[in-house]
Write a protein that binds this ligand. Structure first.
Ligand SMILES: [Zn+2]
Length: 215
């Protein structure tokens, strides 16, 4: 008799505990229809895919970053920066002393060959110039009296802008060439870009003169 009583007691307790759960479970399960379950699963899969994609992007960026990692030169400190920090809001790199590693008219302060830099200066400058000039020449709402002179005069302003940028880069290159140290590595880059701009200015002046004569 005593063992039966002992057996009965745990059964009662366990039944008291087990009972609420079978009631709760059926009540919570019918809320989700098959479609809702499928929807949840799909959203989870989508989340997972998104995470994987983001992770892949990050890895690819890191790998490519390592593969194409070059040494930045800080022109202000006159030193090499092998692991520049990045500002999270602008994406600009900066040296340990807080100087931004970009040069106006030049881009990232990296070493670059003369001709690569030259083409990078020449091609965009001519493209920008042609876009502006032809947009103005084809603009329908320009008064007829100004139509002939509007495009060449604006083109002239653009050409002067590139001329000044090129000259300031030449001056920078000249200053850097006079300093000893890692900043010398930027001289070729700056000279190439400066001569690219100046060559673009020559082309732009040619186009302006052609436009003036075509009038
Ligand atoms: Zn610096």
């Amino acid at each position: 008799m005593p063992p039966k009583k002992k057996n009965q007691q745990p059964v009662k307790v366990s039944s008291a505990v087990v009972h609420p759960t079978p009631i709760e479970l059926p009540s919570s399960e019918p809320i989700l229809t098959k479609e809702q379950v499928a929807e949840r699963l799909l959203s989870r899969v989508a989340n997972f895919r998104w995470l994987v994609l983001r992770w892949c992007c990050k890895v690819a960026k890191d790998v490519l970053g390592v593969a194409t990692m070059k040494e930045f030169v800080c022109p202000k400190c006159n030193s090499l920066v092998d692991q520049p920090k990045k500002r999270w809001w602008s994406g600009w790199r900066y040296c340990p002393n807080g100087h931004v590693l970009y040069v106006r008219g030049l881009g990232p302060s990296l070493e670059q060959s003369f001709w690569k830099s030259f083409l990078k200066g020449l091609a965009p400058a001519i493209c920008v110039f042609l876009l502006i000039v032809f947009a103005l020449a084809a603009a329908p709402d320009v008064p007829p009296r100004l139509r002939g002179s509007m495009a060449p005069s604006t083109g002239f302003v653009v050409a002067i802008f590139y001329l000044l940028t090129g000259l300031s880069l030449l001056r920078k290159a000249h200053l850097w060439a006079g300093r000893s140290g890692p900043v010398q590595r930027l001289v070729t880059h700056a000279r190439g870009r400066a001569y690219g701009f100046l060559a673009a200015v020559a082309c732009q002046l040619g186009i302006i003169i052609a436009l003036l004569f075509a009038k």
